[in-house]
Design a protein around this ligand. Sequence first.
Ligand code: NAD
Length: 509
Amino acid sequence: MRTVPHWINGARVEGAGERRLPVYDPATGERQAEVVAATGTEVRAAVEAALAAQPGWRAASLSRRAEVMFRFRDLVDAHRGEIATLLSSEHGKTVADAGGEIARGLENAEFAAGAPHLLKGGYSEQAATGVDVYSIRQPLGVVAGVTPFNFPAMVPMWMFCNALVAGNTFVLKPSEKDPSVSLLLADLLRRAGLPDGAFNVVQGDRSAVDALIADPDVRALSFVGSTPVARAIYEAGTRAGKRVQALGGAKNHMVVLPDADVDAAADAAVSAGFGSAGERCMAVSVVVAVGSAGDALVPAIASRLAKIRVGPASDPDSEMGPLITREHRDRVAGYLSQAQLVSQAQLVSQAQLVSQGQLVVDGRDDPATGGPGFFLGASLVDHVDTTSPLYTDEIFGPVLSVVRVDTYDEALRLVNDNQYGNGTAIFTRDGGAARRFQYDVVCGMVGVNVPIPVPVAYYSFGGWKASLFGDLHMYGPEGLQFYTRTKVVTSRWPDPATSEVDLGFPKVR
Ligand code: NAD
């Protein structure tokens, strides 16, 4: 059985621990490799390598650090196919979707290559007579990243491109479910000219994360994953005196007003709901149909679901792959039986439909479901009540719920009252309504006729409420801010002839 190594000080290091974690091929259900969970000794070795490399890397000129990012960008670009294939083999998403993830990750290397401009400080000449004041941004030291299974290439790139270019060194703890891409990225960073020790990978699960949190030499921690873990890591990390940004889960609402183009809204809902089998933190999981919008929209969505080709990533015709593990597939499927949904055949009265929800398309009927792979077809549930677990839980699978409301205000209240605030979108032809929504909605990322509003890399990514713990969003300008601290220098080069003792508090006027 292949084991997935760590990457410490510029080389692969076989794990010496005793705990082995399975890496599946989700399309076949087979165990294809094992992660040997890092012990405290290995985590410390990675931190020590990062610690030793940091002064030299920090001393490298801005142009040199940017050059490494340029080269890394070109290497990732040249190896897109290889990375995408490896990523799909462990995650299960289609190779085209993996290519999209790599492209969005690459934007971060491109942004980071502009750091010489972005890291400029401020300068105030003559803040007082003969006194100048200026601010500079300096790296934190060794920083760590803990990443989720659903974007094993993009989310690490969200973090380490900015962290490295700012002069920090990095320890990544990728998801144990699809760990191999991290090693490919590590090797490409080495080939791009990054010094040994500046980027390290420790494989494993919670125990490796706990060791990183406990390590006093780790100055900051970036986390992306589920909300309960994000909250716990934020609390433990900040208690340990670290700077922490912890991005959590989501329940992304797509509000459709009655004037929206039905076909465009249906296309968007299906693309954003079922791409990557719904395992995206920005996936649309709830359509909020306002007024009459649902009457045409639900059949339009249902007709599209029937055409989705569910299958393995190795088949170029597949549009939707399997879920990450059997347990997760069964958990997602459980929502469909648990909810006591009314199928069309069982429907007796309108009241029954509204109180229980209606299973319009049942993904369990898809022929791909039920084999050894972790497949589940696309499901659509209409008239979902907001007290139902279908609405309250982050399902993270191919299940789209439709909630019907009478007015725009009701739709807005629904989004704003939800515990999560990652992404949301409004579909309408009414610019005034869209403007109002953008102004009023309590959510970190908003799409106007755009269902997955993941910001480009020169803005920053982050939700509100239980979707993010911490102050700064990830990547872009806020990412650089997270990985640096400011120092303000007040400077005078006096003429010795004017020097005198003055015990008064320094004044500027
Ligand atoms: P997860 O929370 O189970 O795991 C994330 C990472 O934390 C993994 O590296 C895992 O090994 C580690 N981990 C798990 N339990 C831990 C614990 N108790 N203590 C310390 N570390 C722990 O998440 P996942 O299942 O890998 O990813 C899916 C989740 O991530 C979803 O909730 C999704 O919404 C969220 N997500 C959020 C964003 C965002 O930007 N907000 C992006 C992608 C994914």
